[in-house]
Design a protein around this ligand. Sequence first.
Ligand code: 5GP
Ligand code: MG
Length: 199
Amino acid sequence: MHRPGDILIDRHRIDARVSELAAEITADLGRSDIRNPKSEITLVPILTGSLIFLADLIRQLPLPMRIKLISVSSYPGGATESRGPRVRQGLTDLPPSLAGQHVLVVDDILDTGQTLSLVRDELARREPASLGTCVLLRKDRPQAQATPVDYVAFDIPDRFVVGYGLDHDDYHRNLPDIVELHPATARQARIGGARGVAP
Ligand code: 5GP
Ligand code: MG
């Protein structure tokens, strides 16, 4: 498979860390009042980047749960700089009240923190029984570090990464490892369209 940069985190490290994180989340949610018949767990993954992380994570969470997808976009097309998050769809499908729900938001990466803050505020307004946040990656930049988050799989340098669900212009999500996008690849994609660098 074509790889558009160097591997930052390989698939074996991802596997091991996702298992650890799943055990931690299971223990924490297990401690909450989920045995109360009126309480439920709802995962809210932010699409599309969290797709593969979510699929691996939930298969290691042995708890009854519902999943409500929401879609937020902040990197239109070939951009590698955030243009500010916009909720594209999903929030309007959530019930106006999340009373009794233990909600866990799952996102791919914490960069400026705007996406997670936006989604958390929207969900908090619906007054869930608890509201947790979980990200696969957190960048080493002040805004990301300053954003409250409950679970982080990996802290990474402030670079643009693709693979394991993360895209550039919608490509590379299918790479099994997390890869640092080569700067020349990003430039080439901006000029010629991502197809020129797709696997
Ligand atoms: P934030 O709102 O924290 O700035 O951005 C979060 C969203 O921007 C992520 O959910 C992700 O979709 C996108 N994003 C931020 N950094 C990267 C990156 O390095 N690679 C990719 N592929 N997407 C990123
Ligand atoms: Mg995203």
